[in-house]
Design a protein. Structure first.
Length: 246
């Protein structure tokens, strides 16, 4: 951990090779550059990020990431690169590896998902300062919820009965109420997360107790999972003030 006044901020870009919705999406060309390159560029352009690594199980992703300036200190073990592998498993592995092999322990972690390449310029620095100013354990990006969860339902095991997903103390039947009078809700997206390292190592959590929100408009809120969202991301990068390649 750094002894200077500037905190050590590690950007981790998780990118496994397997992808069923859009095969090889992390290295697919987006406006002439591999998808993962946009997350690497975002980290390298930040004034607060002090180190940028990619955690991957895939040799092609590793080679592309090195070309664009990221470090690849390790290859992620296959056990942490499965369809149901969690962020917590992936990040705990990275932090533990760096501590055991390099005696390196950052103060903060920035998670940059390759599948969320549409990022306003300077967003990492802005979010980091907001989280520090508000003494948060973590920060997450929010946008407007596309649907209200107060009109969502759960079914019992045999599908014969339904019950509301959410209730309100002052409204017995929110599912029968006009949407306009229901509480405003927000949708978390993958643009970036900032987390205190201690949350991951000591609290066993990717968020901690105090989570600071940062709102972005739906124009920037694109998580890629199919060819349609891939094309939408390209259009958004071209038409908005985003981190992009000139």
């Amino acid at each position: 951990m750094t002894n200077s006044n500037k905190p050590e901020v590690l950007a981790i870009i998780p990118a496994r090779g397997g992808s069923k919705g859009l095969p090889r999406k992390n290295v697919l060309p987006l406006l002439g550059h591999p998808l993962i390159a946009y997350s690497i560029k975002a980290a390298l352009e930040s004034s607060v990020v002090t180190r940028t690594i990619v955690s991957t199980d895939d040799s092609e992703i590793a080679d592309v990431s090195k070309k664009y300036g990221a470090e690849l200190p390790f290859i992620r073990p296959a056990e942490f690169a499965q369809d149901l592998s969690t962020d917590l498993e992936v990040f705990k592995h990275a932090i533990q590896w760096l501590k055991e092999n390099e005696n390196y322990v950052p103060d903060y972690i920035v998670q940059l998902r390759p599948t969320s390449p549409v990022r306003p310029k300077g967003i990492i620095d802005t979010c980091f300062n907001k989280m520090k100013d508000n003494q948060g354990d973590s920060l997450r990006i929010l946008t407007d919820s596309p649907l209200t969860p107060y009109k969502m339902w759960q079914l019992n095991e045999d599908g014969t009965e339904m019950k509301p997903l959410l209730y309100l103390e002052d409204n017995k039947e929110p599912y029968n109420s006009p949407r306009q009078i229901l509480p405003k809700t927000y949708w978390q997206i993958g643009t970036l997360d900032i987390i205190k390292t201690s949350c991951i190592t000591e609290l066993n959590s990717m968020s901690g107790k105090t989570i600071i929100p940062y709102y972005i408009t739906p124009d920037y809120a694109i998580d890629i999972d199919d060819i349609g969202s891939f094309e939408k991301a390209a259009q958004a990068i071209e038409t908005n003030e985003c981190i992009r390649f000139s």
